[in-house]
Design a protein around this ligand. Structure first.
Ligand SMILES: [Zn+2]
Length: 82
């Protein structure tokens, strides 16, 4: 069960001042390009694991560590804002 990337609109505003869901992401695994809103979001205990709909690789993770928010982007090749 997953939600689309629009579920990240609230949490990502804590890190980025712009709406991240409309930014274009490029998957490091398969090279798929698409809006962050098109990614698949799997929630685990309040943390978001965001996967590519093309290859299912983890593109990035949003993890809460006590009162901090950590963005891990190991599966993200590029993020483009317009
Ligand atoms: Zn991919």
């Amino acid at each position: 069960m997953y939600q689309d990337g629009n579920a990240l609109a609230g949490p990502l505003t804590e890190i980025f001042a712009v709406d991240m869901t409309s930014a274009e992401s490029v998957c490091a695994g398969c090279g798929r390009a698409g809006a962050v809103a098109s990614l698949r979001v799997y929630w685990h205990a309040g943390d978001a694991v965001v996967r590519c709909p093309g290859c299912e690789q983890v593109v990035f993770r949003l993890v809460r560590l006590e009162n901090r928010l950590c963005l891990e982007v190991t599966g993200l090749r590029r993020l483009t804002f317009s």
